[in-house]
Each structure stands twice: as structure tokens, then as C-alpha cells.
Design a protein around this ligand. Structure first.
Ligand code: NDP
Length: 451
């Protein structure tokens, strides 16, 4: 490996030794941009460009006290990692999940810088959230938590400063409570301060659908480039949240058959094809568990599984696998099962759903891998379209937003393909995505001097 790259990787490991997810994301990026670093090593080393790109501009942690419905007070930890404002205001979602810690926030923030650069839109990279568990909480408890969280966060964000959105555990309901509290404290209507808003008060049509739809648009482009298509393919999906639901919906509309979905308790397998409207009813309206699918389709199979890794989803024979739940959900073992069962493509709806070993194994076996940074960028791209509508005080129709999203995903795929081809790694879109994004960021860093 290039000596400078190796040194930065070693230093980053030493300085962040207990942050495994963050180190995993840094290692993936740094190892795949080696040819670019090799070509510019003098200027990059002299300006400590890699040392600067792996160090967040700012990390904010704060106390979030809140009261449950029985009058008991609880305390959670809030985070905002403002990783890079190089090409636009900090931008990235908020995650509410008990597993949230600084390592997960930093990995997500780091990924976000590259993803946002790939969209071609003026947005920097950030991530935030809390180790709060929204599961089983009443609406009032969620509201009190969100209000307390925003009472600290508001001083660090703004529509030209930092624009959070949703992620795991943060959907339309949470964004609504967060926005209400921000507006109340600021005493001003700054619509663009959060994205993923409901359309009744400034949200964008098609934002809810954007990450999942965008994933399928990227998959369509990738398959086309290899003389293949989604029509008639079997698709396995993990997760049953925002990304999973709309990926399934668009995959079905593209002529594929989706046979699995899951949540953190288990997965459903319906060889006849998942009824996505029923999943929406269970997950979006009733906020129930995926198991309840069997109440209408008793012949579908439910396989219990509480482990993050090695979900039963990846043991089922499929053409296309779409991990849409969480990080590291496809281990090397799961990747081997997928290859054994004849998978042709893996599309990362979630952020970093494949371990490094799993990704390398898939690539070595010539499986097409659509990397999350590129393939799930449709969500943040549409958030940027939401921001621009808020600034214009004007709304696009659903069709207009979907058309813009489609064009953005086509361009992201083109950029990944071009970079992979340019560096003699045709077909390796993981490398293509990292290189395309990094080159843009490196140019901006050099142009802006030592900051
Ligand atoms: P949601 O909270 O809407 O859904 C998450 C889904 O994944 C749920 O079905 C959840 O099950 C499951 N899940 C979450 N954590 C685990 C876990 N530890 N083990 C097993 N299952 C789990 O989140 P999103 O759909 O918004 O996000 C999913 C992924 O996509 C994340 O990696 C996120 O970072 C990424 N992403 C999201 C974007 C967006 O616009 N929302 C944009 C780009 C990426 P359960 O309900 O049981 O917890």
C-alpha cells in the first residue's frame, strides 16, 4: 500500500482504537482510493489532506433528560457529528436506536461526506442521534424526548449551517416534533432546517419514497450496464422500515418479485411475492411487527432471528439481495451463502450493511455490488431538493421530484462507472463510488486551503 496512506490508516486506528465501525468505514475508503493518492501523493501529504478528511470538524455530545408517562425521568445521550462543511452545509440524518454511540455516529458522518459529494448537490456531511429507544414508547413520550433533544441541538443547526433529517428510528412523526420545537425556540419559520418534513408544513413529495426508489434506479442502471434487468428477478430485502418498504415497492413495480422482509425480531418469507401494501399497513400505520404479516398470509413463513448478523434473509435463494436494515448485517458467511445460491447483485440500501470481508468476497466472485454511498444517496439528494423548494417557497409535483431523483441516480451511477473504468477496475462500483467522491472532495480541499 502507498506509504502515506498506510501511515494515515495506522494513525487513525491508533487514535480511535475502540471505534470499530468508524475504522471500518475509513479503511474501506482509504484502501480503495489508493491509485488517486498515488498520483497526487506529494500535494496530499504536504497538505495533510487525508489526515484532515478523516477528522470530523466538530463532535457535539449532550444530555437529553425526558419524562415518561409515569413521571419517571430518564437520561439519554445526544450526538451531532459535523464532519465536513466543505461543499455545503452539514447534512445527514438523526438515528434513535439503543446501539448509537460515537463510533456509529462517526462512521455514518464519514460515509455521508462521500455520499453527499456523489449527489452533485451542495451538501456537506454530518450525522447525529441518540441511544434513545423509540420502540414501545407512547406518542407523548416520543414528543417529550424530541423536544428535549432539540432544546440542545437547535443552537448547532440552521438552514445554512446544518440540516438534519431522519434515519433509523426517526421518521415523519419525530421530524414533526423536532421541527415544532425548533420553530418555537427560534420564533421564526426556517423551513429548510430539517428535511423529511410532512408535506403539510414544508416537506417534499417523494422524499419518503426517495431512498428506496433511488436504490432501485441505481440497481436498474447497474444491471443495464451488464445487459440485465430487474424484470422477472427474485429479490430478498432485509428491514421493513422506510428504505426497505419503498425499495420493495419500486422493485415490484419494475417487474421483480420480492420474497422477504424483516425486522429485528425475524423475517418473513413469502415465495408468492410480498404484499407490500400489507407491510405498509403493519409498519407505517399500526407500528407493528413484521410477524403480523402471517395474520393475512398464513402460508408465508416466519423465521425468528434476533441477531444483527447472519439474518435468515441471506440464506434464501435470490437473484438480487437488498440489505436495507442496518450496518454489518451481511457477514462473510452470509456473503458465501448468497454466492452459493446464485445471487447476481447486492444493492446496499442501508449504510455499510456488508462487512469489509463480505464486500471483498462478493467482488472477488464477480457479484455486482451497488455501494450504499451511491445506491442509497437518493434520500439525501431528495432532502436537498426539499431544501431548495423551501428556499424557493414553491413545491414540485411528485412526478417532478421523482424525475429529478431518477436523473440524479443515473448520474451517480455514471460517475461510479466512469471512475471504476478510468482506474482499470471496471465493474467495481465500490471503488468507483469512493474514487469519484474523493476526487471531488480533494479538489475542494485544495482549493479552500488549510482549514
Ligand atoms: P427505519 O427505522 O425506518 O427502519 C429500519 C429497519 O431495519 C426496521 O425494520 C428495523 O427493525 C430494522 N433494523 C434496524 N436496526 C436493526 C438491527 N440492529 N437488527 C435488525 N434489524 C434492524 O430506518 P431506515 O429505513 O430509515 O434506515 C435503514 C438503513 O438505511 C439504515 O442503515 C440507514 O442509515 C440507511 N439509510 C436511510 C436513509 C433514509 O432516507 N431513511 C437514507 C440513506 C440510508 P426494528 O423495527 O425491529 O428495529
Amino acid at each position: 500500500m502507498n506509504k502515506y496512506l498506510q501511515r494515515v490508516l495506522t494513525q487513525t486506528k491508533q487514535n480511535n482504537s475502540n471505534e470499530t465501525e468508524y475504522l471500518q468505514s475509513v479503511e474501506e475508503v482509504l484502501t480503495s482510493i489508493e491509485p488517486v493518492v498515488e498520483a497526487h501523493k506529494d500535494i496530499y501529504e504536504k497538505t495533510a489532506l487525508l489526515e484532515r478528511i478523516v477528522e470530523p470538524e466538530r463532535i457535539i455530545t449532550f444530555r437529553v433528560p425526558w419524562m415518561d408517562d409515569n413521571g419517571q425521568v430518564h437520561v439519554n445521550r445526544g450526538y451531532r457529528v459535523q464532519f465536513s462543511s466543505l461543499i455545503g452545509p452539514y447534512k445527514g440524518g438523526l438515528r434513535f436506536h439503543p446501539s448509537v454511540n460515537q463510533s456509529i455516529m462517526k462512521f455514518l458522518g464519514f460515509e455521508q461526506i462521500f455520499k453527499n459529494a456523489l449527489t452533485g448537490l451542495p451538501i456537506g456531511g454530518a450525522k447525529g442521534g441518540s441511544n434513545f429507544d423509540p420502540k414501545g414508547k407512547s406518542d407523548n413520550e416520543i414528543m417529550r424526548f424530541c423536544q428535549s433533544f432539540m432544546t440542545e441541538l437547535y443552537r448547532h443547526i440552521g438552514q445554512d449551517v446544518d440540516v438534519p433529517a431522519g434515519d433509523i428510528g426517526v421518521g415523519g412523526r419525530e421530524i414533526g416534533y423536532l421541527f415544532g420545537q425548533y420553530k418555537r425556540i427560534r420564533d421564526a419559520y426556517e423551513g429548510g432546517v430539517l428535511t423529511g418534513k410532512d408535506i403539510s408544513y414544508g416537506g417534499s413529495l417523494a422524499r419518503k419514497e426517495a431512498t428506496g426508489y433511488g436504490l432501485i434506479f441505481f440497481m436498474r442502471e447497474m444491471l443495464n450496464a451488464h445487459n440485465n434487468s430487474l424484470a422477472g428477478k427474485t429479490v430478498t430485502i432485509s428491514g421493513s422500515g422506510n428504505v426497505a418498504i419503498y425499495a420493495a415497492e419500486k422493485a415490484i413495480a419494475s417487474g421483480a418479485k420480492v420474497v422477504t422482509m424483516s425486522d429485528s425480531n425475524g423475517c418473513i418469507y413469502d415465495p408468492a411475492g410480498i404484499d407490500i401494501n400489507l407491510v405498509k399497513q403493519i409498519k407505517e400505520v399500526e407500528r407493528g411487527r413484521i410477524k403480523e404479516y402471517l395474520r393475512v398470509y398464513p402460508n408465508a413463513q416466519y423465521i425468528e432471528s434476533r441477531s444483527n448478523e447472519d439474518s435468515p434473509v441471506w440464506t434464501i435463494k435470490t437473484d438480487i439481495a437488498l440489505p436495507c436494515a442496518t450496518q454489518n448485517e451481511i457477514s462473510l458467511d452470509s456473503a458465501k451463502k448468497l454466492v452459493q445460491n446464485g445471487v447476481i447483485a447486492v444493492g446496499e440500501g442501508a449504510n455499510m450493511p456488508c462487512t469489509l470481508e463480505a464486500t471483498n468476497y462478493l467482488l472477488e466472485n464477480r457479484i455486482l455490488v451497488a455501494p450504499g454511498k451511491a445506491a442509497n444517496a437518493g434520500g439525501v439528494a431528495t432532502s436537498a431538493i426539499e431544501m431548495s423548494q423551501n428556499s424557493m417557497r414553491f413545491y414540485y409535483t411528485f412526478e417532478e421530484v421523482e424525475e429529478k431523483l431518477d436523473k440524479i441516480m443515473v448520474n451517480i451511477f455514471k460517475a461510479c462507472k466512469q471512475a471504476a473504468d478510468d482506474y482499470n477496475h471496471s465493474g467495481n462500483y465500490v471503488m468507483g463510488a469512493n474514487i469519484a467522491a474523493f476526487k471531488k472532495l480533494a479538489d475542494a480541499m485544495i482549493a479552500q486551503g488549510i482549514v
